[in-house]
Design a binder for this molecule. Structure first.
Ligand SMILES: *Cc1c(COP(=O)(O)O)cnc(C)c1O
Length: 362
């Protein structure tokens, strides 16, 4: 049996909406689905504004520029995250400042944030990793105390809740991704979410080349073409209609994994927290040692996996000069991987993955 690490589920509604967009000629960034998708997504997340972009990375970059983050500024980021989080900050000319993570949640360790705040710090970017929300209250408290903005990187947590509020509705201005392996996908795409009218207006303007509202073809600030197409919005709209079912399936997949993998010695399964709903974007596990050999043996048996992210501070493209150590990030990065987690996976495939894990681990 072959089990890919991610096989997306394309809903019938998505196929219908795309066909309709093709038939009516609305294939570029103008078209009725964009606004409909934005409105439906804002309603789902519980925010006033949602602004569709062409990727999660561009949503994060636009969010940072919307807050006027630029050269000389610093943004606090967990060291353990997908590379788009720090890159989006670096595109603005600002510097990402890395913080180690909590060993249990793999999210930013809030207790380590304050030591990293300087008079250049402008924002904190908490990243909700692999589907589990960050414990936001301590982060919100620190941000309020130091007058910092919060940019939630919610790329991996569509629909996850922190104390009853959806991720992506808690920070100042936040970002989602709809890349092919995300909980809902538009192929490529992203979304900026905020309750702030002025920030929403500015984000919408920046992502569309910052055209002057009064004088045609005049530009007073550097804008971006981060427009997605109506076709992408059509896919998103069709996916979003099914999101409650998709989230339920994610949780039932996790339950099957939990049961099937229980009792394997040295295998650490994902943690749940009572302050949050875990949406299990990826079913992420850790072994005591020998992760790479284990994944290679799984691959031989048809089970595709992915290793955890590398620590950001050690990336050649970032190369921060720091004497700090990040023991928890380094440890997780060396021992963790995720199992096939795409929504198209069958119960039989999950059972096969668990069986294979059991035989390979022993
Ligand atoms: C996927 C992801 C992104 C980037 O999204 P793209 O749509 O691929 O640009 C950003 N942050 C995190 C945490 C992600 O997982």
């Amino acid at each position: 049996m072959k089990v890919p690490v991610n096989e997306p589920l394309i809903t019938d509604a998505a196929k219908l909406y795309v066909a309709d967009a093709m038939d009516t000629g609305w294939i570029s960034s103008a078209g009725p689905c964009v606004e409909k998708f934005e409105e439906a997504f804002a309603k789902f997340i519980g925010v006033k504004h949602a602004i569709f972009t062409n990727s999660g990375t561009s949503a994060l970059h636009t969010a940072a520029r919307t807050l006027n983050i630029g050269p000389g500024d610093e943004v606090i980021i967990p060291n353990f995250t997908m590379i788009a989080s720090p890159f989006s900050v670096m595109y603005t000319g600002a510097t990402p400042v890395f913080v180690d993570i909590d060993p249990e949640t793999l999210n930013i360790d809030a207790a380590l944030i304050e030591a990293k705040i300087t008079d250049r710090t402008k924002a904190i970017m908490p990243v909700h990793i692999y589907g589990l929300p960050c414990d936001m209250d301590p982060i919100l408290e620190i941000a309020a105390k130091h007058n910092l903005a919060i940019i939630e990187d919610a790329a991996e947590v569509h629909g996850a809740e922190y104390k009853g509020k959806k991720c992506g509705s808690i920070g100042t201005i936040n970002a989602f991704s709809f890349y092919g392996n995300k909980i809902i996908t538009t192929g490529e795409g992203g979304m900026i979410t905020t309750d702030d009218d002025a920030l929403a207006k500015r984000a919408r303007w920046l992502k569309d080349l910052a055209h002057s509202p009064t004088k045609r073809f005049r530009h007073e600030e550097l804008g971006f073409n981060y427009r997605p197409t109506n076709l992408q919005a059509a896919v998103g709209l069709g996916q979003l209609e099914a999101i409650d079912d998709l989230l339920e399936r994610k949780r039932s997949m996790a339950a099957l994994y939990k049961e099937g993998l229980s009792g394997i010695e040295g295998l650490r399964l994902p943690q749940e927290k009572d302050y949050a709903t875990h949406v299990y974007w990826m079913y992420a596990v850790m072994v005591e040692s020998g992760r790479d050999e284990l994944c290679a043996r799984l691959k031989e048996k048809g089970v595709d996996t992915r290793e955890f992210f590398l620590p950001c501070h050690s990336q050649p493209a970032i190369a921060v000069q720091t004497d700090d150590s990040f023991p928890v990030t380094e440890d997780a990065s060396a021992r963790g991987f995720y199992l096939p987690s795409g929504l198209a996976i069958t119960d039989e495939q999950i059972a096969y993955v668990c069986e294979t894990m059991r035989s390979v681990c022993n």
